[in-house]
Ligand binder design. Sequence first.
Ligand SMILES: C[S@@+](CC[C@H](N)C(=O)[O-])C[C@H]1O[C@@H](n2cnc3c(N)ncnc32)[C@H](O)[C@@H]1O
Length: 139
Amino acid sequence: MATRLFEKKDHADLYQKYRFGPSEELQKIISYLEEKTAKPYKLSVDVGCGSGQGSTVLVPYFEKAVGIDISEAQINQAKQSPNVLNISFIVGPAKKLPLEDGSVDLVTSYAATHWFNIEPFMTEVERVLKTHGCMALST
Ligand SMILES: C[S@@+](CC[C@H](N)C(=O)[O-])C[C@H]1O[C@@H](n2cnc3c(N)ncnc32)[C@H](O)[C@@H]1O
């Protein structure tokens, strides 16, 4: 399975060291969200979050942020990053998000959706998003 690439700790260490965050994309994503739905924004979810760079940049905009990844090694690495006050990292697959129906303002996924079984993932996104919630996929 392709996701095994991300299972090992040494790969997660390298990812944390060298992977850059989505800085330019972020403003576009937040502006789009602002067009579609009113503040306050309660919850963002970053699926296939890896070592968490894309999840932590969302923290200032949301009451709470969650990063989810199928790789325990990546999640362990993400948990060690600074600036983790309003963020939690959870091990789990994209096809079964441990979130309530209609609870999420923004779902993001950077460089990860090509690994997912896309139909169950999209069904989950539809389930967890609020009305007028947004999804931003970057790959
Ligand atoms: C190329 S990395 C991208 C990580 C991060 N989004 C970033 O931009 O740095 C892809 C990530 O997707 C995760 N992944 C792959 N298949 C997954 C699945 N079915 N459910 C959740 N995460 C998955 C991998 O473990 C890996 O951490």
